[in-house]
Design a protein around this ligand. Structure first.
Ligand SMILES: [Zn+2]
Length: 303
């Protein structure tokens, strides 16, 4: 089972603004118009790469960027393809009623995770305004994917890029599973430090894997293995900011080729490879884990 844990829904013109696309896409080498993921393109990308399922993300940055990819839009795609998509809601804690919107997105629309974009909203992920949202996500037992690390978006606030800002959140919400997007690049070592001390923290490889030299990725994965946190790292692409087939080819190389790995390390084992590609993502969102009666400790979710 191959799960891309970081995929953006939304369409150029209809959702994303031209200014946002023009700022975001140059670092990918693709034109601004490539920032679009209509249903047919999502499915074609997944089919061509052999991806079984995608975590499909809403994106609420309306207050700052003037646009959003609505929860309803993502829910509609998920309802049409429940075998391919797991939907993540997005809310802005800087607007009133965010926790109630999250609850509706999960209990009413059927979404199964939360995506937040604190730096894009010019807020710290540890701003107390998020507390109701985090408490609701914890109660609903859904994972929260938090943007961490650099973004070229000019309206974003760079003070809120570092993953270390999430430490008080991890401590105050011990049963909330938090995914550090992009491994918090360039603060990847900080991300691993946090994960080593807080077992409710996870991280995804999106963007980092696609655009860094393979040796840099292997060095970080070797570090994650040493710190005993590799089983909480998820493969993801950030499509349409990166392509699935290329990213999977890089994963295959990391499993087969010792060359990019540090001298004292070794390629991904089959167990590590399968956990990265989907095993860990599946256990974060499997239907049986939704609801109050689910195990509250992240350690107990291995069934
Ligand atoms: Zn993203």
């Amino acid at each position: 089972m191959i799960i891309d844990s970081h995929v953006h829904a939304g369409e150029y013109y209809r959702h994303f603004s031209a200014a946002f696309a023009q700022q975001m896409m140059p670092t990918t080498g693709m034109p601004p118009e490539a920032l679009t993921a209509p249903e047919a393109r999502l499915l074609a990308e997944m089919d061509a790469a052999g991806v079984d399922r995608a975590f499909l993300l809403a994106f609420d940055v309306r207050r700052v960027e003037g646009f959003s990819v609505p929860n309803e839009f993502v829910a509609d795609l998920c309802a049409r393809h429940p075998d391919r998509f797991t939907g993540f809601a997005s809310v802005d804690a800087g607007t009133p009623g965010a926790a109630a919107r999250l609850r509706h997105a999960v209990t009413g629309l059927g979404l199964r995770g939360l995506k937040t974009a604190p730096c894009y909203l010019r807020m710290s992920p540890a701003d107390p305004l998020w507390n109701d949202v985090y408490a609701t996500a914890q109660e609903l037992n859904i994972p929260v994917l938090v943007h961490t690390g650099y973004t070229p978006a000019q309206n974003a606030d760079g003070r809120f890029f570092p993953p270390r800002l999430l430490e008080p959140v991890a401590r105050n919400f011990p049963d909330l599973r938090i995914i550090l997007a992009h491994l918090g690049r360039p603060w990847t070592t900080d991300s691993l430090d946090l994960m080593a001390r807080h077992t409710n923290l996870y991280a995804d490889l999106s963007i980092f894997l696609s655009y860094q030299p393979l040796a840099a990725v292997a060095a970080v994965l070797a570090q994650a293995r040493e710190r005993d946190v590799l089983d909480r790292v998820l493969w993801g692409t950030d499509f349409p900011f990166a392509t699935m087939a290329d990213s999977l080819a890089r994963m295959a190389a990391l499993a087969q080729d010792p060359a990019p790995w540090p001298a004292n390390s070794h390629p991904l084992t089959p167990g590590e490879y399968h956990a990265l590609l989907g095993g860990t993502a599946a256990r974060l969102t499997e239907p049986a884990s939704a609801g109050h009666s689910a195990p509250s400790s992240p350690r107990e979710e291995h069934r």
